[in-house]
Design a binder for this molecule. Structure first.
Ligand code: ADP
Length: 621
């Protein structure tokens, strides 16, 4: 279906004499230079708007009169002759005249320049309309600058303004624009002081502009700068004016935006080229020029540079809804103001919360390290207390080797007095003395280790060895109390990580309690069994005794601080033991059977510390 329709269109195009005969060339003649910003905008607008009525593409040619740099009838005549010659083989179907000079050029030289081609004019100032009548096939709409609305808007945005400064250069684009500008300014004479700077040299003008305060608003049509300045367009003059002054500068051209001017009501170039492009397309399709309709004056729109609005403190709410905002991040910051504020608030709240949490975390860490310190101090104090309790036994344990050393020394003396020849016996005595000395210093070493103040960093230690040391420390106390300690080490070495002294303290506490519990039994019946073993990924220390046992009510209270059933008790031993075991990631529990004594179980992780939650239910083994 699509192929058939296309073929039909092509067939009709071939058969229609009008369509077949008409070339699709458009010749656009501009009044000014090629690179005038507005010309570039018009070129883009026209090319976008012109539509070919046939399958043939429309070719757009451009010529530039380049006034006022080149002027004079002779120049224009020779240019017309040149254009006619140039396009002899590619005659335009429609001529477009951009600006008044181009319009006059085409109308005045119609006979020489493709008289059969209708002419569409655009961007011609409204004053041309009444000055000379146009032929019927020369059509288009007029433009006018809306200075009144520009001044009115500027006064709304800058309420402090008392003066209106009109700047007119030496080489003006068009004297009639300036006349309109002056006339518009005069209409505000009642509200503002009107000042007109006209024809000042550039340097002098810059100096005057620099001196302006913020009670002035500047309005200008711009002007051509020096002839030898390649970029000397009216736009460049506006840029320099805006750069020189603190006062807001307004102007009539959209292409000036981005060069420091605030804005103004400007001819809507897109609308102008849109209208012209539509008319050109209709003419290409064979419409008669008289049947085309144009607006009397092309539309104007308020165009503003958002950065300038901000510079002058103009709020987004003060911009009319139909204004064209250029360079505006207004879409984010202003159009979504409530959302932006809400987001900012939420982010600020989050930041506050994060800060609070960080502060709390630091406080908690400090508290934790304080607790750790206190725990270590308490454990140390408890060890001192234990050492105090053991003083008698320890003194006894040291005394024994000392007494042995003394009697061995005396025996050696006697041997020496009895004459030579007893060297072997003397050697044996000296060996005894060394052994007793080592025994005494071992007791002191253990005592010093127990009383060490600082809890060191976690270090690996062997469980059997650590427990054996603790049992040895209580050796003489056990003998004094006539209570045998039966230590059953694990079959293999068990390496744990932590503070060996603290775990020995746990063992000592449990053993002392067990000795207390069996104290009422006759010496021969007292049993305390201490066992070390490995179960899976845990090490266990079990302390069993056949003492009076623990009542069911007491079972739940044992590990509380200051819980004691003893006349001289402090009730801290078990609570400290639990703290130390838990600090190692382990747990401690107790159980008791009536008349069968008590059983304490310490479980410690072999690897990394765990939470110790396995202790919730005591192991019935
Ligand atoms: P203290 O020994 O100073 O009383 P502990 O915290 O070491 O403090 O012990 C608290 C209580 O637990 C003891 O008073 C005792 O009633 C009970 N207890 C501890 N070990 C045993 C045990 N092996 N047999 C029976 N009761 C015990």
């Amino acid at each position: 279906m699509r192929i058939a329709a296309t073929n039909l269109a092509l067939f009709l195009a071939f058969c229609s004499p009008a369509a077949a005969a008409q070339p699709q060339n458009i010749l656009v003649i501009y009044s000014f230079g090629r690179f005038l910003p507005v010309n570039i905008a018009i070129d883009q607008g026209l090319r976008a708007a012109i539509q070919s009525p046939t399958a043939e593409p429309v070719i757009v040619f451009d010529e530039f009169l380049d006034v006022p740099r080149f002027a004079g009838e002779k120049y224009l005549d020779s240019l017309a002759a040149f254009i006619r010659e140039k396009y002899r083989e590619q005659q335009p179907a429609v001529i477009v005249a951009v600006g008044e000079k181009a319009l006059d050029f085409v109308v005045d030289r119609r006979a020489a320049l493709f008289p059969q081609a209708p002419v569409v004019h655009l961007a011609v100032y409204r004053t041309r309309a009444g000055s000379r009548p146009l032929p019927a096939d020369v059509v288009g709409s007029w433009v006018a600058f809306d200075y009144d609305r520009t001044i009115d808007q500027a006064l709304r945005w800058h309420p402090q303004v008392r003066r209106l400064l009109i700047v007119i250069g030496t080489r003006t684009p068009d004297r009639r624009y300036d006349d309109d500008l002056k006339a518009a300014a005069q209409r505000f004479a009642g509200r503002l002081a009107i000042e007109i700077l006209e024809g000042l040299p550039n340097a002098e003008l810059s100096k005057r502009l620099r001196e302006l305060g913020d009670d002035v608003v500047v309005l200008t049509n711009g002007f051509y700068l020096d002839e030898d300045e390649p970029r000397g367009s009216p736009r460049e003059s506006a840029r320099r004016m805006a750069a020189a002054t603190r006062a807001p500068v307004y102007g009539p051209y959209e292409t000036w935006l981005g060069n420091g001017i605030v804005g103004g009501y400007m001819t809507d170039i897109a609308a102008v080229t849109g209208t012209a492009g539509k008319a050109i397309s209709q003419l290409l399709a064979g419409a008669a020029p008289a049947t085309l309709s144009f607006p009397a004056i092309a539309a104007t729109r308020l165009n503003v540079d958002w950065r300038q609005l901000r510079r002058f403190g103009i709020a987004a709410e003060a911009i009319p809804y139909d204004a064209v905002v250029h360079f505006g991040d207004r879409s984010v910051l202003e159009e979504y103001r409530p959302a932006v504020i809400a987001t900012a608030l939420v982010m600020a709240l989050q930041a506050g919360l994060i800060l609070l949490l960080m502060y709390e975390r630091r406080a908690r860490r400090r508290a934790e390290s304080a607790i750790q310190n206190q725990r270590a101090q308490l454990a140390h104090a408890a060890r001192l207390a234990v050492a105090g309790e053991l003083t008698g036994a320890i003194a006894h344990e040291i005394n024994q080797p000392l007494a042995a050393i003394l009697s061995n020394a005396e025996a050696a003396e006697l041997m020496l007095e009895s004459g030579p020849g007893r060297l072997d016996e003397l050697r044996a005595i000296l060996a005894d003395i060394r052994r007793d000395d080592l025994r005494a210093s071992e007791v002191i070493r253990r005592l010093r280790a127990l009383l060490a103040r600082q809890a060191g960093p976690p270090l690996p230690f062997e469980l059997n060895e650590a427990v054996r040391d603790a049992v040895s420390m209580l050796g003489s106390e056990a003998r004094r109390r006539e209570t045998p300690l039966d230590f059953r080490p694990a079959e293999t070495d068990i390496v744990l990580s932590g503070d060996k002294v603290q775990l020995q303290q746990v063992v000592i506490n449990l053993l002392l309690n067990a000795m207390d519990a069996v104290a009422d039994l006759p010496p021969g019946e007292r049993r305390i069994i201490l066992e070390a073993r490995r179960i899976g990924k845990e090490a266990e220390i079990v302390v069993r005794d056949n003492g009076h046992g623990i009542s069911p009510e007491a079972l739940g209270l044992l590990f509380d601080s200051f819980y004691t059933t003893k006349a001289q008790g402090m009730g801290l031993g078990l609570s400290i033991a639990r703290t130390l075991v838990e600090a190692h990631g382990g747990c401690i529990s107790a159980e008791s059977h009536p008349r069968k004594g008590a059983r304490f179980l310490v479980r410690l992780p072999l690897g990394d510390k765990n939470s110790g939650e396995a202790c919730e239910a005591p192991d019935p083994r």
